[in-house]
Design a protein around this ligand. Structure first.
Ligand code: N01
Length: 887
């Protein structure tokens, strides 16, 4: 141990450094290197007697990484990459530990690490604006910035089983395995826990022990690692263009350079799905199987079940005893929602005569006794108990290890009593100059940790250097920013299935721990872009202060859009499209047709029929979507969007299919006439005529005779609203309800949503001007047949109105919902937070739109007098309707 270069020891004895780091694992080592290069005096405090972090402690038999090692490696220095060659596809713990030692030596980091030193308290001193750290050796450290590089899985969970102290044999924890190894030959061994640590160690323990008894509470999914040499094609990719390989990883979803899948499971035949699965199974790559089979495997329970079933088949094929196979087969969580494992001979191990599986769901452990383990029905005498029972993950190492006291004497454990709250997973409001690497709220454990760690460290060190440059001495997240991040995290967690499993990701593995998805589920690339945006928007969400009262606070939320909406809008922005209104009507139609070709077509319905109906001035095409369930079904007359100019009866097909499936009703999408050839009131009159024709021909269409419902999006919402008014005034048809999705309701452009969302959200103010100009002359614009808000609103059918926060049409939709309600019309209004004009029609693209469509479907069923279809919610396929409900 030596003192950090340039650090000082004051009279009080505290060592003075610019930055103190806790931990000398992957994150701590890179931090030290970067901080030093940036000219900060620094010291790392490490509890162990050497570097390595998680790879120092987890020395159990079979411990390896489960991300291919050529990806699970530092990438900051091409020289380092040239100097170190990994020997296997998945390196063993000893090799990874050697690598970290090599890195520490290569950059001469050890002199700045104080080993065998545990931080016992960290207190923010308001007066000096410094953190004071106490350690178990009695030495203290005073630092301007305090960075926790303590890892996500470094605080082992207590056994939570009575009687451990009574056991007369040997007890080991996988997360604290003795350095000298453990002699298991000829012994009767019990392993409790079948997470990654259990699954990696069980096959090797079985080879050594006389008898192995595995106590399993929850079966986990495991896949063969097929370990061996680094795969030649992957290596060729890396060595062909190292820089772009690494860059692709940095912008990917999981931190491994694999593309995003676009094909969804139901677009593939069963044979195609099986072929993809077999290929993935043979690859032995967790990230591959988690991301590359089909696009809906991680976001939709049906798409996920198709994969999970194939894994279950494999388990049944490998394990000979059907009862043991059944016990090993997971059924209580979607594949990937709990961390799946990579194994070597795990399932086959249960075919060995010396291995017994005890299913704790059937016979829970009652106690540990002097001689072994007693369950509800049996006793097992053993010589050794191995606890592979996991960790107090993500928050354990930060919160439980030592008290951290921030501004105003607030303790971090108090502030996080109901769950961790952070900004970007890197900082916490009320704790100035404190940073976490891979903290809760960062992609961390859902990503290739090496990639996330480098990104976090680079971002933090670059910020510290920038603060120094600008003369600031403190940085602190604002409460607004932190609350916004929590909301964004919650929105992201609706995108994946992690919320549907009880795991350490959600805190469910530790009794009494607050529950919620802790890692950021929005992906590595999006997270990286958000962190960059925080900087480019003037350190949005941070308060910076400096000497002589210098202060800068750019308060606000970094992401207010739904995460998938943000991705869609970023993608559109990158396409740098010309404004649609500059394309001319024909050009715009061709563009929309081309654009629509690239989207998922929508899931199958019972039947799709094209036909012709009678419009206001001649025949019009329609497309009918019929549910697969027995009819006759109620009918919804649907009007597509497109500014009275674009689209046709097929252009909202994914939405119509989805709603047909969700409602169990017929959707008839009408090809009404378009501007500029057919200006106002052609579309409105066609809409009305079509509704009448469909109502009159309900039986012929094999629908339920009686009232119909109307629905429409955007200009189609306008036509639906107008149709209701005309039907009331002209004596029919009978309409039992109206679904108005982002409707045009009025001809003025002065509501604030027109200004707030004038550009940047696909539907622009300029585009709306163009639509209006082509459809309707100024003199006609106040006619209720185009501005229904100006019409008489009493006596209209009940309405479900959807408005989206980032839509120029938002406020006129809000005004219509309010005006309907004021006129005694029953109205339900969904104010979709973080959504844009096209959110709900981008089916299978904007996944966060699902819960909104569930509510729309429920409303339509209510209009038709049908009971709610709650199956969607029950299956977890659909998020809670409240997820995007009005605020
Ligand atoms: O811990 P875990 P882990 N009685 O929490 C069971 C990473 N990792 O150390 O599911 C009986 O996953 C518990 O049962 P249940 C990786 O990210 C990576 O294995 O709570 N059983 C579960 O079966 C991994 O996900 C590698 O019902 C009890 C097991 O113990 C994470 O670390 C290798 C129990 C704990 O599984 C954690 O893995 C190893 C009790 N009282 C780890 N308490 C690589 O390959 C808990 N269990 C890189």
């Amino acid at each position: 141990m030596s003192e950090a270069a340039g650090s000082r020891v004051t009279n009080g004895g505290a060592q003075q450094v610019d930055v103190a780091v806790v931990g000398a694992g992957f994150a701590g080592l890179y931090l030290l290197h970067r901080l030093r290069k940036a000219g900060f005096t620094t010291i790392a405090l490490e509890e162990a007697d050497d570097v390595g972090g998680t790879w120092y402690w987890n020395r159990y038999p079979g411990a390896r990484c489960d991300i291919q090692t050529i990806d699970y490696t530092y990438t900051f220095d091409p020289e380092l990459e040239r100097e170190w060659k990994w020997s296997e596809k998945y390196a063993t713990q000893p090799e990874i530990l050697r690598y970290l030692g090599f890195v520490a030596d290569r950059y001469d980091l050890r002199p700045d690490i104080r080993f065998n030193t545990k931080v016992t308290a960290a207190n923010w001193d308001e007066a000096t604006e410094r953190w004071l750290l106490e350690t178990d050796s009695g030495a203290t450290v005073s630092c301007r910035y305090y960075i926790m590089a303590t890892g996500c899985l470094s605080a082992p969970k207590p056994p939570e089983i009575d009687g451990v102290k009574d056991f007369s044999g040997e007890v080991y924890f996988t997360g604290r395995w003795p350095h000298q190894g453990v002699e298991l030959a000829g012994k009767r061994v019990a392993v409790i826990g079948t997470g990654s640590s259990g699954i990696q160690s069980i096959p090797l323990i079985a080879e050594q022990a006389a008898q192995l008894t595995v106590f399993q509470r929850t079966p986990n999914f495991a896949l063969p690692a097929h370990n061996g040499p680094v795969s030649a094609d992957r290596l060729a990719l890396l060595e062909g263009d190292r820089a772009s390989y690494r860059e692709q990883a940095r912008w990917s979803l999981a931190g491994v350079p694999l593309p995003q899948q676009t094909v969804v499971s139901w677009q593939l035949s069963e044979a195609e799905r099986r072929a993809r699965f077999e290929q993935a199974w043979a690859k032995g790559d967790l990230v591959y199987i988690l991301t590359q089979l089909w696009a809906d495997q991680a976001v939709d329970v049906d798409g996920n079940a198709r994969l999970a079933d194939l894994v279950r088949e494999k388990i049944r094929e490998i394990v000979k005893d059907p009862e043991t196979a059944a016990a090993l087969t997971p059924h209580d969580h979607p594949f990937g929602a709990k961390r799946p494992c990579l194994d070597t001979n795990y399932y086959a191990t249960y075919n060995r005569p010396n291995v017994t599986l005890v299913n704790l769901r059937q016979e829970p452990i009652k106690a540990i006794t002097a001689s072994g383990i007693t369950t509800d029905s049996r006793s097992f005498d053993v010589d050794v108990i191995v606890f592979a029972t996991g960790f107090d993950a993500m928050t354990g190492a930060i919160m439980a290890v030592h008290p951290i006291t921030g501004r105003g004497g607030k303790s971090l454990s108090g502030v996080w009593a109901h769950g961790p709250e952070t900004y970007l997973g890197l900082t916490v409001s009320g704790f100035p100059n404190l940073f976490m690497i891979t903290g809760p709220g960062s992609p961390s454990v859902l990503s290739n940790m090496a990639v996330s760690i480098e990104q976090h460290v680079d971002w933090v060190v670059d910020r510290l250097a920038a603060l120094r440059e600008a003369g600031f001495s403190t940085i602190e997240a604002t409460e607004t920013a932190q609350a916004g991040w929590a909301r964004h995290m919650a929105d992201c967690s609706m995108l994946t299935l992690h919320r549907l499993a009880n795991t350490w990701y959600t805190g469910a593995n530790v009794p009494g721990k607050a529950q919620g998805v802790m890692p950021y589920t929005g992906g590595v690339g999006p997270y990286r872009s958000i962190c960059s945006e925080v900087v480019s928007r003037g350190m949005l969400g941070f308060r910076l202060t400096g000497p002589n009262g210098a202060e800068q606070c750019n308060d606000g939320e970094i992401v207010r859009l739904q995460p998938d909406v943000r991705l869609v809008l970023n993608m559109l922005a990158e396409m740098n499209l010309p404004p649609i209104e500059s394309m001319g009507a024909e050009g715009a139609r061709a563009f929309v047709a081309e654009f629509n070709k690239g989207r998922p077509a929508g899931r199958p319905v019972g039947e799709i029929v094209d036909g012709t109906l009678q419009g206001a001035d001649g025949p019009l095409p329609y497309r009918l979507y019929r549910p697969a369930t027995p009819g006759p079904h109620p009918i919804v007359v649907y009007f597509h969007g497109g500014g009275w100019l674009l689209g046709d009866e097929q252009s909202d097909e994914p939405f119509c299919r989805d709603m047909c499936r969700r409602t169990g009703m017929i959707f008839v999408s009408v090809g009404y006439r378009h501007a500029p050839d057919h200006r106002f009131p052609a579309a409105a009159e066609d809409g009305y005529a079509a509704a009448g024709w469909i109502a009159d021909h309900a039986a012929e269409l094999r629908g339920k005779p009686g009232p119909v419902m109307v629905a429409g999006w955007s200009a189609g919402g306008n036509i639906a609203a107008v149709t209701c008014q005309l039907a009331r005034d002209r004596g029919g048809p009978q309409i039992s309800g109206q679904l108005l999705l982002c409707p045009v309701t009025d001809c003025t452009f002065d509501r604030s949503s027109y200004t707030d969302n004038a550009t940047g959200y696909f539907l622009t103010r300029a585009l709306m001007y163009w639509f209006w100009d082509l459809y309707c002359s100024p003199a006609d614009r106040t006619d209720p047949r185009v501005s229904p808000l100006r019409g008489r609103l009493e006596g209209l059918p009940p309405a479900f109105v959807v408005t989206c926060e980032f839509d120029p049409l938002r406020d006129e939709g809000v005004a219509y919902a309010e005006a309907l309600a004021a006129n005694g019309v029953p109205v339900e209004h969904l104010k979709a937070r973080g959504h844009f004009h096209s959110s709900f029609v981008m089916v299978d693209v904007v996944i966060t739109g699902v819960s909104g469509r569930v509510r729309m479907a429920q409303a339509l069923r209510q209009f038709a007098g049908l009971p709610p279809q709650s199956e969607e919610v029950r299956l977890g396929r659909i998020t809670s309707p409240h997820a995007i409900a009005a605020e």
